[in-house]
Structure formats: C-alpha cells, structure tokens
Design a protein around this ligand. Sequence first.
Ligand code: 13P
Length: 252
Amino acid sequence: MSKRQHIVAGNWKMNKDYEEGRALALEIVEKLQPSETIMVLGTPYIHLKGVAHIISDINNLYLAAQNCHQEDSGAYTGEISTDMLRSVGCTYVILGHSERREYFQESDELIAAKVSQAIRHGLKPIFCCGELLQTREAGAQEAVVGEQVKKGLFNLTPEEFSQVVIAYEPVWAIGTGKTASPDQAQEMHAFIRGLLAAQYGDEAAQATSILYGGSVKPDNAQEIFSKTDVDGGLIGGASLKANDFIAIANSF
Ligand code: 13P
C-alpha cells in the first residue's frame, strides 16, 4: 500500500438547501466509522459555516469549497475570496472542474491563477482535469489532460505543489452512469504521475494523491480504488446520500 493519502471527496455541486445540507452532514457524522481515509465535503458556499460546525470534532473529515476568486479582495460582485473560505473553516477548494471550464469559460490560465491564490492563502486545491468524449475517441486524451496539468499546475514551486490534490474526471463519465474502466483510470493516473515526476521529481510525484471522478458508486468504487495509482475519488451524485458516500469511503 502506498504512503499516499487516500481521499474521498464529495462534490455536492448546486444541490441541497441549507437545512438539507445540514441534515446530510449530520447523517454522515453520525454514521461514519473512524478511518485513515480522508473525507472531504465540497458544499455550496452557503453551507460551509454550518457544515464546518457539524464536522469540527471529527477526525479526517474536512470541508471544501467548489470555487474561489483569484484576487485577495475588492470590487468583484458575487465572488468569494480564499481568505473568506479560510475564515469559515475550509481546508480544500475544488478548482478547474469541467463544469466550470465548460459553463463558466474558465481557462487554464484562470485556473492556474486560482490554484496559486488558494495555496498562498492556505487552502489545498483539488485540481480537476479530464477529457471530452470526442477527445478520447480521437485518442488524444493524454495530450489534452497533459496540457491541463502543465498549464494549471507547473508554475507552482515544489513547496507549493506539495499542497495539491489532483482529480482526473473524464467528462464523458460525469453524471452519465458511465465510469472509466479501472484500467483506463489507472492508465491516465500513471500518465499524470509521470508528468509530475518529470517536473517535480519522483518523490513529489509519489506523494501526490490522484483521485478518480465520474460516476463512482458504492458498487464500483472498490475495483477502481484497487488500482495502484488511484488514491481515492471525487464523488458527485453518490455524495448526496450519506450511506453511499460512506460506503465509497470504506471501499479501500
Ligand atoms: P458524478 O459522480 O455524479 O458522476 O460526478 C462526478 C463529479 O463531477 C465530481 O466532481
């Protein structure tokens, strides 16, 4: 077993009102068994403080935001800064999710700026990358994901990079019920780890947790997580049900 941290992170996306979010967090805390696996709840902004309060005494359970702004503060109506996220108890922030790339036109450059801002302000980015279906059909997935990783992360110093968690999420597997096969996930994770080794050295590459995301469910998690370079999951739909999310985290 690797010495890398196993991480199972939920991405609630734009789901659950405030009370429903609290109820979900409470149910997770109630049912969770002590474990070495790090669990992360990626909630909408409005839930963060309430959920932080609920999970504050629980070992290995942390809070993530789903986005942040790249500037410290100022006239950016509707935006949320990294310091604000820290002030409500966030440890992680999900950045570069394909839904933000696609629906909010987030470029590699913008994502890189958010990643460095997050790290400079004490948050750990969960940096997402992944290819579209037509890219995979054209066999260009490594070229595309490689570019996302280089442009999004490789301006970081080695020290900054040590804060990064990577999530490989093939876009064609998100919310579709279609997962990458365990071998497809392993192949891409090993490719990404190779890029990290070339840039930051083998030790840094071996220490970086690379999560798989895309239709992970209790019944497929174990097989995916059994692969050498898969260190956990970024979970959408199944993270909205306490039992499913916990079952996935227990799949290691
Ligand atoms: P699903 O697990 O619903 O496919 O979503 C994956 C995802 O996008 C997590 O960020």
